[in-house]
Write a protein of this length. Structure first.
Length: 69
């Protein structure tokens, strides 16, 4: 499951995100954060961390450097 989720995030990085204008307010990008969280914590905890990060990434949310803990 972890590998499938990482594959989806990498697919996003290599596909739509290259065509769309940059919109992530955080560093690393939300997709890179998801990959790092999944690699470090696995599908359940890492996936939940990625979802929470995506929910924070909006115009009224935070911004700046936010690495995977």
């Amino acid at each position: 499951m972890k590998h499938l989720l990482i594959l989806i995030a990498r697919g996003w990085q290599l596909g739509p995100s290259r065509v769309l204008p940059p919109s992530c307010r955080y560093q690393p990008s939300c997709s890179q954060y998801a990959i790092e969280a999944l690699e470090k914590y696995g599908a359940i905890k890492g996936g939940w961390m990625a979802v929470r990060r995506l929910l924070r990434c909006h115009p009224w949310g935070g911004h700046g450097f936010d690495p995977v803990p």
